[in-house]
Ligand binder design. Structure first.
Ligand SMILES: [Zn+2]
Length: 274
């Protein structure tokens, strides 16, 4: 693990695995820990950092969505108030994420000094624009289904920090586990979010932080183009040049599998002739 990005309000840790980010936001009013992961030593480093900086500020623990690699550190932050979407709270299959964690830890003989549990949500977010305010710090939330059904965008005001979860990564095209139409919807909500809030920093769940607004918009546009190409491919039988697509990314082998799964889900969702 290393620190990918740091400024006075924020530290973005990057796991050695999957380039997954764990973010700790620090304002005069609160500490916000986002998706702490992944190896035990990495989670411990984040714990230490939080213990070191927190003082008497309240600690909030935010989960951007319920994928296993994002919830793995939950019980390492006992006492924090947990924020996630209502859909996350009502996840009908929490065992799936837990099973994935157990499989991962089993495969690599990993012991953790804390329990593996599905997060209990204290502050469920059920609607777009919902806020949590502590002192001068405002967390503004937008539901972001598509990758999973339970995604959540968070903007930290007045700092312009956008915590995006598994969207808008420079490491990968969209992985659609849930719904193409929801994903497209979420991308247009992302564009609106960029217009509505003075965003200075975007933190994706995997890959690099960006401070450039044009880069954020490019990531939104490229995600949308990818989804539309996949949809056209399954509807019209247009061939997508997978090799060309994958050549743009640093880790093409694993991405091929996700691209294939996207095509399969798109075929189910939007159908079309084959
Ligand atoms: Zn995910």
């Amino acid at each position: 693990m290393h620190i990918q990005f740091q400024h006075p309000q924020l530290t973005v840790f990057e796991s050695a695995l999957f380039r997954t980010t764990s973010t700790v936001v620090e304002t005069p009013d609160l500490i916000l820990v986002v998706d702490p992961n992944c190896l035990p030593s990495e989670v411990e480093l984040i714990q230490k950092h939080v213990r070191h900086i927190r003082g008497d500020r309240p600690v909030f623990l935010l989960f951007t969505h319920s994928d296993w690699d994002h919830i793995i550190g939950y019980r390492a932050f006992d006492g924090a108030q947990v924020i996630a979407s209502k859909a996350f709270q009502q996840n009908p299959h929490p065992e799936k994420s837990l099973e994935a964690i157990r499989k991962f830890d089993d495969e690599y003989y990993i012991n953790r000094p804390y329990l593996i549990e599905y997060p209990q949500v204290d502050l469920p977010i059920h609607s777009d624009g919902q806020t949590i305010e502590v002192g001068d710090t405002r967390l503004v939330f937008y539901l972001s289904p598509g990758h999973t059904p339970d995604g959540l965008f968070t903007v930290v005001e007045p700092y312009g920090i956008w915590l995006a979860g598994d969207y808008l990564s420079n490491m990968e095209f969209p992985f659609v586990y849930h719904s193409f139409s929801d994903y497209l919807h979420t991308l247009s909500a992302a564009s609106q979010l960029l217009e509505r809030h003075p965003i200075r920093l975007l933190v994706p769940g995997h890959g690099d932080v960006t401070t450039e607004k044009t880069t954020m918009q490019i990531r939104i546009d490229e995600s949308e183009q990818y989804l539309r190409r996949v949809i056209r491919a399954v509807q019209n039988g247009n061939k997508m040049d997978a090799d060309e697509l994958l050549s743009r990314y640093q880790f093409p082998h694993i991405l091929r599998k996700y691209h294939q799964e996207n095509l399969e889900l798109a075929a189910k969702e939007v159908g079309g002739k084959h």
